[in-house]
Design a protein. Structure first.
Length: 481
């Protein structure tokens, strides 16, 4: 009995100390450190894509081999993100942050000086490992240091980072390649990573609750085979073909491993990834909406530039500039959208956002080989405003629906599903785009611009259907009690 009183007293003291720490926390510098690290990682995810052609010549490698610089990045994120849920419970906030930023710095420096392709590929994997820790850690810190009525604004800025990083990557990289060598795609990010490191060391406290949890090796193996197999299978499907034994084998083995992994988690006393989060209806609703959003968004960021370059015959760098206003406007409005979420609730922000996305796809699906550039610019602005309203707001509401002790698991689940959704969306819709394009060329004269427009029209029509489903689902969203 006396031991229980002592334990309760210690718990109360810790709680008081924790609340005191929260009052003294400098949220601005903390968020600056985390957001900058996340932005650099997401920028790096897409920035190198525009240089793949040049790198193939420099390293004397074929397109499939060089493509691993992108595939390997995606694959590493898909494999490592599920593990972050338990890592955030086992290690302190500062330990996780320093590991993340160290991996990002090491990977970036290695990539910038890489004399051979194998070292460049290794560096990309190390970079991705840093980002795989940074994104879930940032969300976990937000949900720990901000009360529910202020999370929307913080997550709004994170949504800005998640959109701006991948969107600005190709544009900035194109400008760099026009004036400097490919090495500078990495070198230009080093000052930002050093800024993040300094601010994190100075201001980031330990805000998570560390518990004695054991990491189950079997769960890690199953998770790696499962998520890794699915992401890899879909990622290489465009080149290998959907009937390829490698593609089908990877996807089937991946799904089987995920089923075994899920069954194992439900039977463990301390699972690697606690699937109890799926017992909360608002969490499930949010996960479905997030999956659709990332499926559509990441594939759109690939297919829209393809349409512009192949159908409208616009240069790669000019394409980036045309898409820039939408990204910049979203950056400006992201904090306002977040504050509106806090003030008016989720449905008031998310439902109009889903409607704007659907309107954007209505116009995208009508684009042809003679569409005016101003129309592309305006439609993309509408689309990015819609995505900006949906992206962070859905994630915030989804995690708000969980009790605090399940935040690390919920974050690991949603972040992993985002990567899986993106890999599947890009693979499936790019394949449909290519198939429709080839079908058009086979049936008519050799008119590549019209064929590319036909392919993009079909793809954006599919995305429109999914966007309408999101509109309907948004009507069931409500603020968790």
């Amino acid at each position: 009995m006396s031991e229980q009183i002592v334990t309760e007293s210690m718990t109360n003291q810790k709680a008081k100390a924790g609340s005191l720490v929260n009052k003294q926390i400098k949220t601005g510098p903390i968020m600056a450190a985390l957001f900058v690290a996340g932005f650099v990682g997401l920028f790096s995810e897409t920035a190198l894509n525009i240089a793949l052609g040049d790198l193939a010549q420099i390293f004397n490698a074929n397109a499939t081999t060089v493509g691993w610089l992108a595939t390997g990045y995606f694959l590493t994120l898909g494999i490592l993100m599920p593990v972050t849920g338990i890592l955030m419970q086992k290690f302190t906030t500062r330990q996780m942050f320093l590991t993340s930023i160290s991996l990002s710095l090491i990977g970036t420096i290695l990539a910038a000086v890489a004399p051979v392709f194998s070292l460049l590929l290794t560096a990309r994997v190390v970079q991705a490992a840093g980002l795989a820790i940074a994104l879930p850690l940032t969300q976990n810190v937000i949900f720990t240091i901000f009360p529910p009525n202020k999370r929307g604004a913080a997550m709004g800025v994170m949504g800005l980072v998640m959109l701006a990083g991948p969107a600005l990557g190709p544009t900035i990289a194109g400008l760099i390649l026009d004036t400097l060598s490919w090495h500078w795609i990495f070198l230009v990010t080093l000052p930002f990573l050093l800024f993040s490191l300094i601010f994190g060391v100075l201001y980031l406290p330990n805000v998570n609750e560390v518990r004695k949890v054991s990491i189950d090796a079997v769960s890690i193996i199953l998770s790696t085979i499962g998520f890794g197999g699915v992401v890899y299978g879909f990622s290489v499907s465009g080149k290998a073909g959907w009937t390829s034994a490698t593609v089908l084998g990877s996807i089937i083995i991946g799904f089987i491993a995920l089923i075994i992994f899920a069954i194992r988690q439900t039977k463990m006393e301390t699972p690697m990834l606690n699937l109890i989060a799926f017992k909360y209806p608002l969490f499930v609703l949010g996960v479905i909406m997030t999956f659709i959003t990332f499926f559509n968004m990441l594939s759109m960021l690939v297919i829209l530039p393809m349409y512009m370059q192949m159908a409208l015959l616009i240069a790669a760098f000019t394409t980036g500039l045309i898409l820039l206003p939408g990204s910049l406007l979203n950056c400006v409005l992201a904090p306002t959208i977040g504050r509106s979420f806090d003030k008016y609730g989720p449905k008031a922000v998310i439902t109009p956002g889903t409607i704007l996305v659907a309107i954007g796809y209505v116009f995208y699906s009508q684009f042809g080989a003679d569409t005016a550039i101003w129309m592309v610019v305006v439609t993309h602005i509408v689309m990015m405003l819609g995505i900006g309203a949906v992206l962070a707001s859905v994630q915030t509401n989804t995690l708000n629906s969980l009790p605090k002790q399940y935040y690390p698991d919920g974050i690991a689940l949603t972040q992993t599903l985002q990567q899986v959704a993106g890999a599947i969306g890009i693979a499936v819709l790019v394949s449909i785009f290519s198939a429709e394009e080839n079908s058009y060329l086979a049936a008519t004269a050799n008119e590549l611009p019209q064929a590319a427009a036909a392919g993009s029209s079909v793809v954006f029509t599919i995305s429109l259907v999914l966007a309408v489903i999101n509109v309907v689902l948004s009507l069931f969203i409500k603020k968790p009690h």
